[in-house]
Design a protein around this ligand. Structure first.
Ligand code: PAF
Length: 283
């Protein structure tokens, strides 16, 4: 059993440790998470292994959950997460208490307008403001060289990249591919909420995305590919929030004449009471 990571709860201490590493010329890779780690997170940790040291934050961020969302019941599994991270050779786990990030009189929020507005932004008002705010705080507490995010939260990666550019954060962003179960379901900490019957039905999300990709790659236009995606998902009575073919950077819907340009299919839907998102690059 490898030595475990150092578990740090204090922002000043993690900042000091990471700064000491980077000023001595080490590259530090940072994987921000909300815990409940699965193979998707571990693939980010593995990618961060390109750096000399890896730091993983575990913090269930209250400001990115809307009223009535699953903040209180979000899985919190710090002990088993730390065991996984020990096996993965992580040097530090940063697991701050809520008041270290949000003191009582906290009054500051980060808003990234353009890419936050559509899709998840419409269905979860305030979500990306919460994400941008916490990632901004985490980047200032963990001054790493490179940060790693999963492509499953595609819109989040666009928002984070824009924030890093606009606020000139001295950090590189790497986006890693979505990890899927053998049947295609994207790994998500929220999959634990699914009953076995819902788990079967949830596969329709990735199957729908694959149908859109096949249609697109065979010359279908955005409307036809979207219809193919909705048809597959519709067979499983999933309550769809959105299913769209968009530009991967601007997130604007593609018109029918844009075949040949980069495109990504985005989907969000409720399987029972569990809301899942997924996406697939089409080109
Ligand atoms: O993707 C996540 O797990 C979260 O949104 C993040 C980036 C850790 C911010 O809380």
């Amino acid at each position: 059993m490898p030595d475990g990571p150092l578990i740090e709860r204090n922002p000043a201490a993690i900042r000091r440790a990471v700064l000491e590493a980077t000023t001595s010329g080490r590259r530090v890779g940072f994987v921000p998470t909300m815990g409940a780690l699965h193979a998707g997170h571990l693939s980010l940790v593995e990618a961060a292994g390109d750096c000399d040291d890896v730091v993983v934050s575990i913090f269930v961020n209250p400001t990115q959950f809307g009223p009535g969302e699953d903040y209180t019941r979000y899985p919190r599994t710090l002990e088993s997460d730390c065991r996984l991270l020990a096996d993965a050779g992580v040097r530090w786990v940063f697991a701050p208490p809520v008041d270290a990030l949000y003191p009582d009189d906290d009054a500051t929020r980060v808003t990234v307008d353009g890419p936050s507005q559509r899709w998840e932004g419409e269905h979860r008002p305030g979500h990306f403001q919460g994400v941008a705010t916490v990632v901004c705080k985490l980047f200032s507490m963990v001054p790493a060289t490179t940060a790693y995010f999963g492509a499953k939260d595609w819109q989040q990666t666009v928002v984070v990249r824009r924030m890093v550019r606009d606020l000139a954060f001295p950090i590189d962003i790497v986006v890693c591919p979505t990890v899927r179960e053998a049947d295609g379901l994207a790994l998500s900490s929220r999959n634990v909420y699914l009953s076995s019957e819902e788990r079967q039905r949830a596969v329709a999300l990735s199957a729908g995305l694959s149908a859109a990709r096949d249609c697109w790659q065979h010359g279908g236009d955005a409307a036809t590919a979207t219809a193919a995606m909705r048809a597959v998902i519709g067979e499983q009575a999933i309550d769809v929030d959105y299913a769209a073919i968009v530009d991967p950077v601007s997130l604007e819907p593609l018109s029918d004449s844009t075949q040949g340009l980069p495109a990504i299919a985005l989907v969000a839907g409720r399987v029972g009471s569990t809301r899942l998102i997924d996406n697939m690059l089409l080109s």
